[in-house]
Design a protein around this ligand. Structure first.
Ligand code: F6R
Length: 358
């Protein structure tokens, strides 16, 4: 039931503090990570991690792959529909992780089956107990977000990233990965539910949606973990508002997309607190073409705020978790834009919650 909310999507955005807390509960003790379903040493022989997923879950997978690489573990995310037709050569020591909220997405199941047929170990990261992915994979880690009804995935993205953050820590620890990542992600996850609550209680996303709702197009840029968040911000906006939206890695702007930037195309710049100087450069590139810039950033990022026209603030957190908070602001932006344009938020045209055909 959506209760006091107009839409399931709005309700599910609001449920994120609980969803994230559930994803993390009982799984981290300091920086030690344990999953109820995985025995100690489950990843001891892993040499690399391949993720397969679609849509929003693919963006979570891109995020997760980066968290692994930051810890010195080779990892890559593939679009499941592409992996099913052009999988890389099989190498021993590869674990194939399917990230799928429903556990029923045909493209993701096909990619997992292809990997299994080649002899890879498979792991499902899913929200649905007993789903096809959970039943078919060698192992399963549940994201524990609770049921998601709105077609637009919201709380499950946050729960997926939280879970993949823990998984990255666990795999890196077992394979002895050594990266330069700042310590403390598992412990920092404990504070993310409160940080999301802070955003939900006081976001200027609604005012910004009103300011920009007659734009020609919307662009989202980010670097590092800000890149999958930029892709996700654009996907959410296009699917529920029907407005043209694109996400780019910030550095790619000058290799083509900059040709589309005008005073009628607001640019949302996701600032994670890493690679800030380069992001400021990208913001200056689009500002010089007259585009309004909205930074999504922690308050400490004064350099970004100084070059942006507006800021959607996020609370301070571990640098690798800023993207989760930034994404909540972008969910609110999409939601408010879609309601201003009177779109059927929970059931966008042409889309289904679970895509069971390839
Ligand atoms: C977007 C959305 C879709 C799904 C995709 C994969 O809001 O919901 O892009 O993320 O169809 O679905 P799952 O995660 O069930 O495999």
């Amino acid at each position: 039931e959506k209760g006091a909310f107009d839409h399931y999507m709005r309700k599910e955005i609001d449920e994120q503090p609980t969803a994230i807390a559930q994803a993390v509960r009982g799984r981290a003790d300091g920086d030690e990570v344990a999953f109820e379903s995985l025995s100690p040493g489950a990843f001891a022989d892993v040499e690399r991690v391949h993720f397969v997923a679609c849509g929003t879950s693919y963006h979570a997978a891109l995020y997760g792959a980066q968290l692994l690489r930051d810890r010195g573990v080779p990892a890559r995310a593939y679009l499941a529909s592409e992996y099913a037709v052009t999988a890389p050569p099989t190498e021993d020591g590869t674990v194939l992780v399917g990230v799928t909220q429903s556990g029923e997405t045909a493209d993701t199941l096909a990619a997992l089956r292809r990997g299994a047929a080649e002899g890879l170990g498979t792991l499902a990261v899913t929200n649905v107990v007993g789903s096809t992915a959970a039943r078919e994979c060698d192992d399963t880690v549940l994201i524990r977000a609770g049921p998601e009804i709105g077609v637009a995935a919201t709380k499950t993205f946050s729960s997926q990233v939280a879970t993949l953050g823990l998984l990255a820590e666990r795999i890196a620890r077992e394979v002895g990965g050594s990266g330069s990542t700042p310590a403390g992600l598992p412990a920092a996850l404990d504070d993310v539910p409160d940080a999301v609550e802070t955003i939900l209680a006081d976001s200027s996303a609604s005012a910004l949606a009103t300011r920009y709702d007659d734009s020609d197009a919307y662009f989202f840029i980010g670097r590092g973990t800000g890149h999958p968040v930029a892709l996700e911000g654009a996907l959410k906006l296009k699917e529920i508002s029907y407005e043209h939206a694109e996400g780019f890695p910030a550095g790619e702007l000058k290799h083509g997309p900059l040709a589309l930037v005008t005073p009628s195309t607001p640019v949302f710049a996701i600032c994670t607190g890493q690679h800030t100087e380069k992001l400021v450069g990208s913001i200056e590139e689009v500002s010089a073409r007259g585009a309004p810039v909205v930074a999504v950033a922690p308050r400490s990022e004064r350099d970004v705020a100084a070059v942006a026209d507006d800021v959607l603030w996020v609370p301070e957190t571990h640098p690798e978790l800023v993207g989760v908070l930034a994404n909540v602001q972008l969910q609110l932006l999409s939601y408010h834009t879609a309601t201003l344009l009177d779109r059927p938020v929970d059931k966008p045209r042409n889309l289904a919650k679970s895509v069971t055909v390839e």
